[in-house]
Ligand binder design. Structure first.
Ligand code: DP6
Length: 401
């Protein structure tokens, strides 16, 4: 008997123009378009195996080995149902195709980064789920078509169906059929864009994106201004900057949009705070680092951005990463030398850190060890990958390995 199984991995993406607000909470239709950079799966990824088998009794899913409830009408159930619907279309056209759409599925998914790091795993997770089911069902689907389904798992997940530089066009149709991800430029267009993720320790349980953005939609007047008068121009300007590989403009827009996203959070009733003192000090360091560069006749050399939590993501051209890591490590000492995966500091890694000439060291204080728990140096990466049978996460028995 044939085994119907497929495994895929999908990347994390971090937005430069933020998605924050839904006009339809069930279909997950946003109040504004957004744009992100896909990060390299060599460093951060979700891997998912899906198997269809008539002997299974129901659809089941395990996340990092732990079974998750698939609630009826919930986001997981919606994605699985939509993928089965696309499979049925294939079966209707090819009467000889096995009726996989009628079989229950077992799905096992793993992230290669700790959930405790506070990095959003829902984007890579839903993208890997949709890609593995599309492969299992042998769907001839384009990534934009798959993005329509991943979007219904988690809005930002739709952007993880592409590598490189990706826009989520908000669309206008009530059924959501034009609210999808499109590639602005592939990874190969501008491969030297790197990212440094500063994992900031956070004990508080924060407001989730899903509920936070709904509170903002209901109470913030500033959000309405952002939707109507800010994001449309910014989307055009950042696409232009990406196509021209103009880092200076890319950085200015990215930082302004992160700031405005956190401003609409503050404008929410009751106010939502995602950044903390560590986050704000990292902003001060990047602002000063850029000031020195501009004072010396150069352009911006780094851009910070923050999602719904205190972690910083710093985008910069590859050539600046050594200076940026040295700067962060100086103010946020690490328990052990930081061993950069790109071998920027030799085999010993970087310990003490330092600043560039002309840098005003008083813009931030030095924090205790552990304030920035860890650093992840990565770069722009490719879209979902189909993996071999050997890399599958389900055993012979159809349960997680
Ligand atoms: C701040 O995609 O996690 O990261 O659609 O409710 O699942 P849901 O929300 P989610 O929100 C992401 C918000 C953000 C900005 C962004 O990624 O664009």
């Amino acid at each position: 008997m044939s085994i119907y199984q497929a495994t895929a991995s999908a990347p994390v993406n971090i937005a430069c123009i933020k998605y924050w607000g839904k006009r339809d909470t069930k279909l997950i239709l946003p109040t504004n378009s957004s744009l992100s950079v896909t990060l390299d799966q060599d460093h951060l990824r979700s891997t998912t195996t899906s198997r269809a088998d008539p002997s299974f009794t129901k659809d089941r899913l395990w996340l990092n080995g732990k079974e998750e409830e698939i609630n009826e009408g919930g986001r997981l159930a919606t994605c699985i149902r939509e993928m089965k619907r696309l499979r049925r279309e294939v079966e209707d056209k090819e009467p000889n195709a096995p009726k996989l759409s009628t079989f229950p599925v077992h799905i096992s998914s793993r992230n290669n980064f700790p959930t405790a790091a506070g990095l959003a795993s829902s984007a890579s997770g839903f993208a890997a789920l949709v890609k593995s089911l599309a492969t299992l069902y042998q769907l001839p689907a384009h990534p934009s078509q798959l993005s329509l389904i991943a979007r219904q798992g988690s809005g930002s997940a739709c952007r993880s169906l592409f590598g490189g530089y990706v826009a989520w066009e908000m669309g206008s149709k009530p059924d959501g059929s034009d609210s999808l991800a499109v590639e602005v430029a592939p990874q190969s267009h501008w491969p030297d864009l790197h990212a440094l993720i500063c994992v900031v320790s956070d004990d508080k349980k924060g407001t989730s994106s899903t509920s936070g953005m709904q509170q903002t939609v209901e109470t913030s007047a500033l959000l309405q201004h952002r939707i109507k008068h800010v994001v449309p121009e910014r989307m055009e300007a950042i696409k232009k900057a990406i196509l021209a590989k103009d880092f200076d403009s890319f950085a200015r827009i990215t930082m302004k949009d992160s700031n405005q996203f956190h401003a609409v959070c503050l404008d929410t009733e009751p106010p939502i705070f995602y950044m903390n003192d560590v986050s704000r000090s990292i902003i001060a360091l990047i602002v000063e680092y850029n000031r020195v560069s501009v004072a010396n006749g150069g352009g911006y050399k780094a851009a910070y951005t923050y999602d719904a939590g205190p972690n910083a993501v710093i985008y910069a051209p590859k050539e600046n990463l050594k200076e940026i890591i040295s700067l962060i490590v100086k103010y946020f000492p690490q328990a052990e030398n930081f061993k950069d995966p790109f071998q920027l500091f030799g085999t010993q890694g970087v310990g003490a850190g330092g600043v560039v000439p002309g840098f005003n060291e008083a813009v931030a204080k030095t924090f205790p060890v552990g304030s920035v728990k860890s650093l992840i140096h990565t770069r722009v990466g490719d879209g979902p990958r189909v993996l071999s049978a050997e890399e599958g996460l389900l055993g012979q028995d159809g349960l997680p390995k």
